[in-house]
Design a protein around this ligand. Structure first.
Ligand SMILES: *Cc1c(COP(=O)(O)O)cnc(C)c1O
Length: 345
């Protein structure tokens, strides 16, 4: 059986005639542009940006070793997350299944789109049991959300478990790889063509160091990319972002150096944290942050905040009681955190 997403798409989206912009209808070379009601002055920002982001996709295609037709670009990862709901989930009828604890945006986007969000708890070591996840799905489950390495727990999920879900689930499986540059060996990108129901999310917000420009990526079959492209805002990636992304993607060297340094710092931070007062457990991390179980997370959070050091209090999240999530900073920032924590009574 060949997998097709055709029957998964909402009827109104399948029938949709997308908006056709001036820049869609003409893409060749010309010298006089009188087609888009732009102001002829103030070049270059007077022109609408490329709605298909072709140069940027070519660059990413070379870096990710993936055809440009497998790439969708969004205003942060939040955009493809929202578009997946809008493309595949009928409000008040369909549902999605996700692991818990995980990134909060999947549920927010479900609530915005009036889609039932079902959570399946990870195990005591934040591992994924594919059977219980699959058991939570039914004929109205259109999407499964997985995150690896997972936020806020920090661990990469089992490749065997992911593969089982991809093979057995008849809907779409989203694997969020926002932190993949910190454990590149676990990426599913090279296996994309094996799984026509796989959507991989990545971002320039973490390892690439440009959270401010808002550039998220989705990698999937050309069929899925086509659906997302059809329903996005025509000019969803502004010209300043496209320009800056092209510049930062010229070379992977700086990103690779940052990743190496942050991995070294993470190692130092992990071992130092285990020696601190009120620390019960330092969870292993495959990302650029560390989850720490403490005695009295709220107090520690408040104390650190008073010293001008902000960490993330995750203690209200399921399976994360008394846990703080600490982003790996510069050597100096990490030293400061550790010094203040040691001074705590
Ligand atoms: C930080 C993060 C993102 C990135 O979101 P952007 O909108 O691209 O900045 C995506 N997924 C997870 C799990 C994250 O932690």
């Amino acid at each position: 059986m060949t997998f097709s997403i055709h029957h998964l798409i909402r009827d109104n989206i399948r029938q949709l005639h997308p908006y056709s912009s001036a820049r869609d209808e003409f893409t060749g070379n010309a010298s006089v542009f009188l087609d888009a009601n732009e102001n002829p002055f103030n070049a270059p920002l007077n022109r609408y940006p490329d709605p298909r982001q072709l140069r940027l996709k070519e660059r990413l295609s070379a870096i990710k070793q993936l055809p440009a037709g497998n790439i969708f670009l969004g205003n942060g990862s939040d955009e493809p997350i929202d578009l997946l709901y809008r493309a595949f989930c009928e409000p008040r009828l369909d549902n999605v299944v996700a692991i818990a604890p995980t990134y909060g945006m999947y549920k927010v986007a479900a609530d915005i789109n009036a889609v039932d969000y079902r959570e399946v708890l990870l195990d005591g070591e934040y591992g994924l049991d594919p059977e219980s996840l699959l058991k939570a799905t039914d004929e109205h489950t259109k999407l499964i959300f997985l995150c690896s390495p997972n936020n806020p727990t920090g661990n990469a999920l089992s490749g065997v478990a992911l593969e089982k879900i991809l093979t057995e689930f008849p809907g779409i499986v989203v694997v969020d790889e926002a932190y993949i540059d910190f454990c590149p060996e676990t990426t599913l990108v090279p296996r994309l063509s094996e799984f026509p129901n796989l959507v991989i999310l990545q971002t320039l917000s973490k390892a690439w160091g440009v959270a401010a420009i808002r550039l998220g990526m989705a990698f999937a079959s050309p069929e899925i990319i086509g659906v997302l492209s059809k329903i996005k805002y025509p000019y969803n990636i502004n010209q300043l972002t496209q320009q800056h992304a092209l510049e930062i993607l010229q070379s992977t060297q700086k990103k690779d150096e940052w990743v190496q340094e942050l991995l070294q710092e993470r190692k130092k931070l992990e071992s130092a944290l285990t020696t601190l007062p009120h620390v019960l457990q330092v969870y292993p991390s495959d990302a650029n942050f560390i989850l720490v179980r403490t005695r009295g997370a709220k107090n520690i959070y408040q104390y650190l905040t008073n010293q001008g050091i902000i960490v993330r209090d995750r203690s209200k999240i399921v399976l994360c009681g008394e846990c703080l999530r600490i982003t790996v900073g510069t050597a100096e920032e990490n030293q400061k955190l550790l010094a203040e924590w040691r001074r705590m009574a």
